[in-house]
Design a protein around this ligand. Sequence first.
Ligand code: DX5
Ligand code: ZN
Length: 218
Amino acid sequence: MIKIAPSILAADFSCLGQEITRMEKAGADYIHVDVMDGRFVPNITIGPPVVAALRSKSQLLFDVHLMIVEPEKYIPDFVKAGADIISVQAETCPHLHRTIYQIKELGAMACVALNPSTPLHTLEYVLSDLDMVLVMTVNPGFGGQTFISAMLPKIAKLKDMITTASSQAVIQVDGGIHSGNIGEIAAAGATVFVAGSAIFNSKNPEQAVAGLRRAATE
Ligand code: DX5
Ligand code: ZN
């Protein structure tokens, strides 16, 4: 039920392949890939060739979080590279319904991410089409930021909306997640947890993943 998705943004970029293998051994469920374009967010990270190069290093699902403008131009390349889940930021998609169906028709799972200030009602008419909703719990762009606690009632409200809509969507959270706050975030309704620094900065990633999982279910 609980899924832990290490964000490779916090990995050692000089040996990403080994870092991914290390996460699989540590008991991670997904590999979270943060794609940034220097436009939607200030930072620039990686593109489809890197995802393709990493694909053979792990059996885990690749959860690709697109923090880029005009994501519809690049979604086919990311799916071809091996993305299993594609998240687009709602703020970048004027034709969100079309973009969701573009992802699904390519055979990937569709997720929409919302910035902390983006209201939930943006999703009202697409909720039943989604496999996952990503509630950003920091402003996207960088790892190592502090969890925004105003996102707890947002997660709880989204959980209610999902139930009312009889949607299959699960709730993912991303940003500032650690063993000290994951319990209350899980209690609010999230089941998929992205963690960068909490896992990669730990001396023992296996313990870090297990610790997050335990704290989420306590
Ligand atoms: C933020 C990214 C996150 C980030 C999480 O823009 O989407 O995935 O790397 O990192 P931590 O867990 O360090 O906040
Ligand atoms: Zn992310």
